[in-house]
Design a protein around this ligand. Structure first.
Ligand code: ZN
Ligand code: ZN
Length: 227
């Protein structure tokens, strides 16, 4: 199964304005990706448009977000349904600061509605939430979702760069890498490679191979032995 489970749309301030949900899903599908996840910073608000595009292109889709924990560690959170994701997102926003975005400095945060005009999300999506990395897994499970640390081999907002070591109590089924697995990751975790694409030219041809039984959240959950 060809997957890419970490993608940013034009809702992420650092995401290119060209990365409209339908465009990035379309590019992924045409490149051979069979299952894509949208993981904007601290928001799920472009997931409805991405889900609609995935249905049109006939690929699997998982709604999600890349949450910044209170320690500034990035974690990929994935939800089983759009409904669960929207409920998760609404609750997540209560854990995020309301600092007005400055599009001229940080970039635009465009919400693309499947049927209707675009909208700018007013609060900057980059700052840390007040959820700690040890709280986040239980928080996501309340919505039947799952989470794992993102790009642990990266300096910026990677777990090891922020915390120095893997917290023993951290209850996650997987770890995401950009390129290679660093030392210090506990044995037994599944390793998920993802693009973390912010621009169309970052989208890898064909995504990454994972032996999932089906191109959906359930397939991923079963692969991660959560079902
Ligand atoms: Zn990140
Ligand atoms: Zn990211």
């Amino acid at each position: 199964m060809r997957v890419d489970l970490h993608l940013h749309s034009c809702l992420s301030p650092c995401g290119d304005d060209q990365m409209r949900p339908d465009v990035l899903v379309g590019f992924s599908a045409l490149g051979g990706v069979e299952l894509a996840a949208l993981t904007d910073h601290n928001s799920v608000r472009n997931c409805p448009a991405a889900a609609a595009a995935a249905a049109e292109y006939g690929i699997g889709f998982i709604p999600g977000a890349e949450v910044t924990t209170s320690e500034d560690v990035h974690c990929v959170c994935l939800l089983p349904t759009l409904e669960a994701a929207m409920a998760f997102g609404a609750e997540l926003e209560r854990h995020c600061q309301q600092i007005p975005n400055r599009p001229d400095i940080f970039g635009r945060q465009t919400i693309c509605h499947p049927d209707g005009p675009d909208e700018e999300y007013p609060w900057l999506l980059l700052p840390a939430s007040d959820l700690s990395i040890l709280e986040l897994p239980a928080f996501v499970r309340r919505f039947d979702g799952l989470c794992y640390p993102a790009h642990v081999d990266r300096e910026a907002n990677g777990l090891f760069a922020m915390l120095g070591l893997w917290p023993e109590e951290l209850d996650v089924p997987a770890v995401e890498i950009r390129h290679r697995l660093p030392a210090g990751v506990p044995d037994g975790l599944k390793i998920i490679q993802a693009s973390d694409a912010h621009r169309l030219e970052d989208l890898p041809e064909g995504g990454f191979v994972l032996p999932l039984p089906s191109a959906d959240f359930e397939g991923l959950a079963r692969y991660l032995r959560l079902r």
